[in-house]
Write a protein that binds this ligand. Structure first.
Ligand SMILES: [Zn+2]
Length: 171
C-alpha cells in the first residue's frame, strides 16, 4: 500500500465529472487500499478517487468516524437514493487544506453502490458520516464544498486558501 498525493482544489481533475467504473480489477483493489491509507494519513474521514487524480466513480469513507472503531468502506459507482432533513455543520476538504466552513447538508441519507467484489451495498447513515458521503459524492460530480456558498464567501475562502498554498509550497 502507498500514500498517494492529494490534488489541491485548483487542479482541473477535481472539476471533471468522474466516469462510472466498468469493471473491478486488481488495480482498482490496490487503488481502494491506497485511498484508505491516504485518507487516514491526511487525516480525513473520506476521499474520492479524483482527489488522487483518478477520474473514476470510487469513494472511501470511514463509517466508524467519530467512534473508537474505524470502519473504512469503499463504494464503487455510488448513488444517494434518499435523503432527509437539512442540517448546518462545519466541513473541511483534504483538497482545500486548513479551510473550514459551515455547509448545509441532508442529516440522513441512504447510499447505494457496489463493493470491491461487485456486490450491491447499501448504507443508511446520519450526521457526520452522511455529511462525508455527500461531500465525496460532490467530488465525483466535479463539485467542491465552497460551490454551495455565496460568491463573496467563496472568494474570501479562495484567497485564504491561496495564501495557505503559498506557505505550504515554501516548505
Ligand atoms: Zn473534499
Amino acid at each position: 500500500m502507498s500514500i498517494l498525493t492529494i490534488k489541491y482544489c485548483l487542479d482541473p481533475v477535481l472539476r471533471k465529472k468522474c466516469a462510472p467504473v466498468e469493471n473491478i480489477d486488481g488495480d482498482l483493489v490496490t487503488l481502494s487500499a491506497d485511498m484508505i491509507e491516504t485518507m487516514y494519513a491526511a487525516p480525513g474521514s473520506g476521499l474520492a478517487a479524483n482527489q488522487v487524480g483518478i477520474s473514476s466513480r470510487i469513494i472511501v469513507v470511514d463509517i466508524g468516524a467519530g467512534t473508537d472503531k474505524p470502519n473504512p468502506v469503499t463504494i464503487i459507482n455510488p448513488e444517494i437514493t434518499a435523503s432527509e432533513d437539512k442540517i448546518l455543520g462545519e466541513e473541511g476538504c483534504l483538497s482545500i487544506p486548513e479551510i473550514f466552513a459551515e455547509v448545509k447538508r441532508a442529516k440522513r441519507i441512504e447510499i447505494k453502490g457496489v463493493d470491491l467484489n461487485g456486490k450491491d451495498v447499501r448504507y443508511e447513515t446520519e450526521d457526520h458520516v452522511a455529511r462525508a458521503f455527500q461531500h465525496e459524492m460532490d467530488h465525483l460530480n466535479g463539485k467542491l464544498f465552497w460551490d454551495m456558498m455565496s460568491k463573496i464567501k467563496r472568494d474570501i475562502l479562495k484567497r485564504k486558501f491561496k495564501k495557505i498554498l503559498k506557505e505550504v509550497q515554501k516548505k
